[in-house]
Ligand binder design. Structure first.
Ligand code: DX5
Ligand code: ZN
Length: 220
């Protein structure tokens, strides 16, 4: 199964209901990038603002927390109706406890790794994971170039999931996914795709998502 998750990082923040409506019909989840200006050198939303977006979204929300001290700072998000919560391995003291807590609250629990973090570092967390996010750019900003050198990590994770019987665990890529790069990520084994600037910088966001889905589905 292929899932498309548009990121609103490059959408117009003053018109979010409108922007979300542009993609709702053809998307699986809405990807919400929360940045705290500590874990990454950029700020997007306070918790209060993020909660408003999560509670009012027509799409289930995939929350990508790029925030420091996730063990504590992620907890308020467990009280929202987010469908999925992703925390960064690099921002957690005790990722296993946090992931377990996320699941306990009925949400999909996910871990993200930055480009400099090896995939082996999350291996022991596999049974606690509903999604693995392999970052294909350095987190912080939209519109960066896709790092194809991350594909061996996606391939390794795909192998673990297939061979370990983790059939319900999604494998997501985020950063630089566009019409030229999505096939490469699909070929490596990703099934869940975040796309920001390619969608919201287009006059036809729906059309772009449909084309991305088609390109991913065409990979043999
Ligand atoms: C980057 C964010 C991404 C970003 C993707 O830190 O996590 O979700 O919005 O945007 P594009 O598709 O433009 O790379
Ligand atoms: Zn993201």
């Amino acid at each position: 199964m292929i899932r498309l998750c548009p990121s609103i990082l490059n959408a117009n923040f003053d018109e979010l209901p409108n922007e979300i409506a542009k993609v709702a019909r053809v998307s699986d989840l809405l990807h919400l990038d929360v940045m705290d200006n500590k874990f990454v050198p950029n700020f997007t939303f306070s918790f209060e603002r993020a909660r408003e977006i999560i509670e009012s979204s027509q799409l289930p929300v995939d929350v990508h927390l790029m925030i420091a001290n996730a063990d504590e700072e992620a907890l308020p998000y467990l009280e929202t109706k987010a469908a999925s919560i992703t925390v960064h391995l690099e921002a957690c003291e005790d990722p296993l406890s946090l992931l377990t807590e996320i699941r306990k609250r009925g949400k999909r629990a996910a871990i993200a790794i930055k480009p400099g973090t090896g995939i082996d570092e999350i291996r022991e967390l596999l049974p606690a994971l509903d999604m693995i996010l392999v970052m294909t750019v350095e987190p912080g900003f939209g519109g960066q170039k896709f790092m194809s050198e991350m594909m061996p990590k996606v391939e390794a994770a795909r192998k673990w999931l297939d061979e370990g019987g983790f059939g319900d665990t999604w494998l997501q890529v985020d950063g630089g996914v566009n019409l030229e790069t999505i096939a490469m990520a699909r070929k490596a084994g990703a099934d869940t795709f975040v796309a920001g600037s390619v969608v919201f910088n287009s006059p036809d966001p729906e059309g772009v998502i449909e084309t991305l889905r088609h390109l991913a589905a065409s990979v043999k």
